[in-house]
Design a protein around this ligand. Structure first.
Ligand SMILES: [Zn+2]
Length: 60
């Protein structure tokens, strides 16, 4: 099964951990619970940003 979002790097919204390498991570999950802090991150196209600056701008 291929990834839904190839080449997308996922980071925890709370602790900024790199989610792609967490045990069991799979972008077919719609919600991924960060193994570092337990934050439930939404894994969807709406959460993909061009860059970190773009991400910050959306939060304001
Ligand atoms: Zn986290």
């Amino acid at each position: 099964m291929s990834e839904r979002f190839p080449e997308i790097d996922w980071y925890c919204d709370r602790c900024n951990a790199y989610l792609n390498v967490q045990p069991g991570f799979d972008d077919h999950h719609y919600i991924w619970e960060c193994t570092e802090c337990g934050h439930k991150n939404s894994i969807s196209a709406a959460n993909i940003y061009e860059s970190e600056d773009d991400y910050r701008n959306h939060k304001r």
